[in-house]
Design a protein around this ligand. Structure first.
Ligand code: FAD
Length: 637
């Protein structure tokens, strides 16, 4: 099947405008006749639900949590990018576009990224109108800070709680529509299958997580806004409820999965402290505005940080990348942290940590200013580590944080299944091989508030829909398949918990498909994952009933999906023998250890088609053409 990205023709800056003009519309009086299922209530899902509800569609909104407000997006700390240029420091739509394409290591679609940069300015206006309390300058304008991979300050923030404040804004707008009757919310529901009829996505089958009932919902289109799959690695900065289930099950129904190996490792997380942990905690990238990253110059230096004089410290990011210093992009900062720790210069008990030091900033600006900027992050760090970062440097280490890969979508955010649209982190779209900080919130809200209202209308207006009810065979078959998988999970009655097996899978992925990857390691992972999967189905223990609240059962289903998906992730990493962004193949590096791309062989999106369990998936390639930003060796020096 040829992959058609449906990028409109014409000059880059005019594409989106022209596309909107040429797209079909749905008459306001007809909109309520269309039912739209939106799975997920994070920033992508909540913004889509509120916009589509406002337009008058009949929206059904689903989420796992007991309230839409608890979606993982509330965890976002640092900020959201927009090319407003309030700082007058040289920003523009063109520069945000350029930084994002370069930051993604030339593995994203130019037209999508340009549209994202254009829409960034509308997002801020929308959120301010909703009352999102962005930080302000003394004069009243919104304040900005810097994030990695940019030399301008374009990141809007609400202290260290930007995601929470943005989500409250989107949630309020959505609840306004609930009140008006256009949006109905279904909390505590887990989508377990996509129903495809006559080649169109026409509904979902979901489990009611409180009663255990399996429920069917029909619609004219389905929007997946179900977030990223970083939790496949077990330890990550993601919420523990984040998962790959909805995407993976849609993949098994025909949606191609793009670039699954593009996972982002965030350089500033609180280091792992023991095997008791079920998640890791992020220390926002915004901290690198004022924090300086360093390790001792000498191996095995066990002195306390305050006893190490400046001359014996290696501020390695400032030394190696004088232009960007501590604000190099995440992939670069993470690899450098790993390199100094591998040399034996890591700090802390495990030696797997580097310092993020605020002493200079506190001396320069005073503790009160630092508290104003990052107070809640410092408090969080103190609670977790029992150390005071106002007095001693933070210890940080890279961890899995975000996934650039996801379901393949065209310019309209539609997957390879007509009617199935994918928004936010769940799609692969805009970040290439490495996402710049503060760009995920921007993308999720651009998708939900400003892209999908147009592209969905165009799909609905140009498609004929045979009548479908939840009594159709496809719904019956889907429900039966979901029931049978649940029964199978409960019947194994083995001796290992899903958590034990998930932890084993996560450790394997982190070791072999983590920050650095090589052929031998990837082959080890590919051999081991099916063994772990077999072990799961022979020996997993899932206590509790199916017709009631059962956290073990929910979790077991997600682990079963990780065990299938992980193989695709490793396979994609094996086939891509170049390094790019977050995907670092040790065999492909420059003499000074930077990621070395192979544009001749790999300038494409890898979109995988499911062929059945146990069968090799089929690779489709969407070529990437760079007309406006010419790919070069990325340099932040
Ligand atoms: C700690 C942390 C800090 C971050 N900080 C920033 C930042 O400062 N700036 C930035 O730009 N980005 C940041 N990010 C990234 C950003 O938060 C996420 O990429 C973004 O919030 C994802 O939004 P989303 O709407 O796509 O998905 P999510 O917010 O993950 O929402 C997913 C939704 O899908 C639902 N769901 C999932 N599976 C199912 C299913 N099977 N059935 C039903 N419902 C389902 C969930 O219930 C939830 O409602 C951060 C990420 C982390 C982990």
């Amino acid at each position: 099947m040829p992959l058609d990205s449906r990028v409109p023709s014409g000059p880059l800056a005019d594409k989106w405008d022209r596309h909107r003009f040429e797209s079909k519309l749905v008459n306001p009086a007809n909109r309520r006749k269309y039912t739209i299922i939106i799975v997920g209530t994070g920033l992508a899902g909540a913004s889509a639900a509120s916009s589509l509800g406002e337009l008058g569609y009949n929206v059904l909104s689903f989420c796992i949590q007991d309230s839409a407000r608890r979606a993982h997006s509330i965890a976002a700390q640092g900020g959201i990018n927009a090319a407003k240029n309030y700082q007058n420091d040289g920003d523009s739509i063109q520069r945000l576009f350029y930084d994002t394409v370069k930051g993604g290591d030339y593995r994203s679609r130019e037209a999508n990224v340009y549209r994202l940069a254009q829409l960034s300015v509308n997002i801020i206006d929308q959120c301010v109108a909703q009352g999102v309390p962005f930080a302000r300058e003394y004069g009243g304008l919104l304040d900005n800070r810097s994030f990695g991979g940019a030399q301008v300050s374009r990141t809007f923030y609400a202290r260290g709680q930007t995601g929470q404040q943005l989500l409250l804004g989107a949630y309020q707008s959505m609840m306004r529509q609930v009140e008006k009757g256009t949006v109905k919310t279904f909390a505590n529901r887990e989508m377990l299958d996509l129903v495809v009829i006559n080649g169109q996505a026409r509904g979902i089958v979901a489990r009611n997580l409180v009663s255990g009932a399996i429920e069917r919902y029909a619609a004219h289109a389905v929007l997946l806004c179900t977030g990223g799959y970083g939790t496949a690695y077990y330890l990550s900065t993601n919420a523990v409820n984040s998962n790959v289930t909805a995407s993976w099950r849609a993949h098994k129904r025909g949606a191609f999965f793009a670039n699954p190996c593009y996972t982002q490792i965030h350089p500033t997380c609180i280091p792992v402290s023991g095997s008791h942990q079920s998640k890791l905690t992020l220390m926002s990238e915004s901290l690198r505005n004022d924090g300086r990253v360093w390790v001792p110059k000498n191996k095995g230096d066990t002195r306390r940080p305050e006893q190490i004089p400046d001359a014996e410290r290696d501020y390695y990011l400032e030394r190696r990348y004088p232009s960007f210093g501590n604000l190099v992009p995440r992939d670069v900062a993470s690899r450098n942290a790993k390199a100094v720790c591998d040399e034996g210069r890591g700090v802390g008990d495990s030696g797997l940590a580097v310092y993020l030091d605020f002493a200079d900033a506190i001396k320069r600006l005073g503790g009160a200013v630092i508290r104003g900027r990052y107070g809640n992050l410092f408090d969080m760090y103190t609670k977790i580590t029992d150390e005071d970062p106002y007095k001693v440097p933070m210890r940080i280490y890279p961890a899995i944080h975000y996934t650039m890969g996801g379901l393949w979508v065209d310019y309209n955010l539609m997957s390879t299944i007509p009617g199935l649209h994918v928004l936010g982190e769940a799609n692969f779209s805009d970040h290439g091989a490495n996402r710049l900080g503060a760009s995920a919130l921007m993308q999720g809200l651009a998708d939900g508030y400003f892209v999908i209202p147009y592209t969905l209308a165009s799909y609905l207006g140009g498609t004929s829909f045979p009548a479908v009810t939840t009594e159709d065979d496809a719904f019956r078959e889907s429900e039966a398949a979901v029931q049978s998988a649940i029964d199978q999970l409960l019947s194994v009655k083995g001796s290992k918990t899903p958590r034990q097996l998930h932890r084993e899978l996560g450790a394997l992925l982190w070791d072999e498909v983590g920050m650095a990857r090589n052929e031998a390691g990837l082959r080890t992972a590919l051999a081991r994952i099916p063994q772990l999967r077999d072990e799961f189905w022979q020996n997993v223990s899932v206590p509790g009933p199916k017709n009631n609240l059962n956290k073990n059962l929910e979790y077991a289903g997600r682990v079963a999906d990780y065990l299938e998906f992980a193989e695709l992730l490793a396979l994609d990493a094996l086939h891509r023998t170049e390094s790019c962004g977050g995907h670092f193949r040790e065999e492909s590096q420059t003499p000074d250890g930077e990621a070395l791309r192979d544009d001749v062989k790999f300038s494409y999106v890898a979109a995988w088609e499911f062929q059945g369990m146990g069968k090799e998936p089929r690779l489709h390639k969407e070529p990437l053409n760079f007309e406006y930003v010419k790919p070069t060796q990325r340099s932040y020096k």
